[in-house]
Design a protein around this ligand. Structure first.
Ligand SMILES: NC(=O)C1=CN([C@@H]2O[C@H](COP(=O)(O)OP(=O)(O)OC[C@H]3O[C@@H](n4cnc5c(N)ncnc54)[C@H](OP(=O)(O)O)[C@@H]3O)[C@@H](O)[C@H]2O)C=CC1
Ligand SMILES: CC(C)(CO)C(=O)C(=O)O
Length: 307
């Protein structure tokens, strides 16, 4: 299977490198700066599962790709719109898109543009970041991809190939027959986890140890679950308790990509994560005061460090 990774950052770089190391043909469609960086240093992974480096196949233009079969989209949400012409070119050549972005809003954009016979649902659980040299630092043992089709337009054999590819790359993979529910479960976890870790500037262990902060996290969860229910998402019974169990089970040192981006002074994905949840709440008449407080407190940092 020919795989294209669009966005060779913390997530795309990690999963792409694992697939390439497993012997798959992986082309990384990148922009100029990342091209230079990766050409010089190679794609270096520093991981709790073991360090390795690959010499990635780098491309700057979709013209250099012959027969793409799977396109893993691992961009930040705020870069998706500008990348649509590249994705369109790949889909026109027969590729199926597997987005690994956080949130759910991007699914409307991709499905409206390409339809469910060219777009899979997908999400991932991983904690990776780029160091100043552009190497990928994988800081906890999580490395899980969940994917599935939205309708029935993608063949079972293609789905099996995707599953096999991740499995052979020694990444945990789950092929789901209810991917939108899985994406919402991840969205609920991420929206609240990133809200609490970014606003406190602390990993989850500090949040868990403080009853006042933990109570605020419960409020964030309750609001987000109400929004999901209003959207008609068929969540498991007791989802709030399940989410809280997840928060209690993850390593105390774990934090969110949003918190890490905030610390690095990078742009924040708050529009597509907390902002989108608040917006859906408004549509359905669900009050979201705690999410709105988080959104307002992070807003000065949305485009990077305020000057
Ligand atoms: N990091 C994490 O732990 C996790 C992140 N996620 C989600 O995954 C998504 C990706 O996040 P992450 O990997 O951390 O982000 P990064 O910023 O590390 O990587 C995104 C990459 O996309 C590249 N890019 C942007 N636009 C284009 C384009 N048009 N063509 C080619 N490359 C492009 C950027 O390259 P350039 O250098 O050119 O700017 C950058 O390398 C986000 O939605 C995030 O929320 C999900 C789970 C965990
Ligand atoms: C919560 C976590 C680490 C899980 O993968 C994540 O998705 C993120 O921080 O972006």
């Amino acid at each position: 299977m020919n795989i294209v990774v669009l966005g060779a950052g913390a997530v795309g770089g990690y999963f792409g490198a694992k697939l390439a190391k497993a012997g798959y043909s992986v082309q990384f469609l990148v922009r100029k700066n990342r091209y230079e960086q990766l050409r010089e240093r190679g794609l270096q992974i520093e991981s709790v599962h073991g360090n390795f480096t690959i010499q990635p196949q780098l491309i700057l233009s979709t013209f250099d790709i012959e027969v793409p079969q799977l396109v893993i989209v691992a961009l930040k949400n705020y870069h998706l719109q500008a990348a649509l012409p590249q994705i369109s070119a790949l889909v026109r050549n027969g590729a199926i898109v597997l987005p690994l972005l956080n949130g759910v809003q991007h699914m409307n954009i991709l499905l409206d543009a390409y339809g469910s016979s060219s777009v899979l649902g997908g999400t991932c659980y991983i904690e990776t970041t780029l160091n100043p040299m552009g190497d990928i630092i994988h800081t906890s043992s999580l490395q899980h991809v969940v994917f599935g089709q939205i309708g029935d337009g993608i063949s079972e054999s293609f789905l099996s190939q995707v599953e096999d590819a991740f499995r052979k790359s020694t990444v945990q993979v789950t092929a789901s027959s209810s991917i939108m529910i899985e994406m919402w479960k991840k969205y609920l976890f991420l929206c609240t986890f990133s809200a609490i870790t970014a606003t406190t500037r602390q990993p989850i262990g500090v949040v868990r140890a403080d009853p006042v902060t933990l109570h605020f996290l419960e409020d964030l969860i309750a609001e987000s679950v109400s929004v999901a229910n209003a959207n008609g998402i068929e969540l498991p019974e007791h989802i709030q308790e399940l989410l809280m169990q997840q928060f209690l089970a993850v390593p105390a040192s774990m934090t969110s990509s949003l918190h890490r981006d905030l610390e690095k002074g990078l742009r924040l994905e708050i529009d597509s994560i907390q902002g989108a949840m608040i917006e859906m709440g408004r549509t359905y008449g669900i009050p979201t005061p705690s999410l709105a407080a988080v959104f307002a407190l992070l807003h000065p940092y949305k485009d990077g460090l305020p000057s």
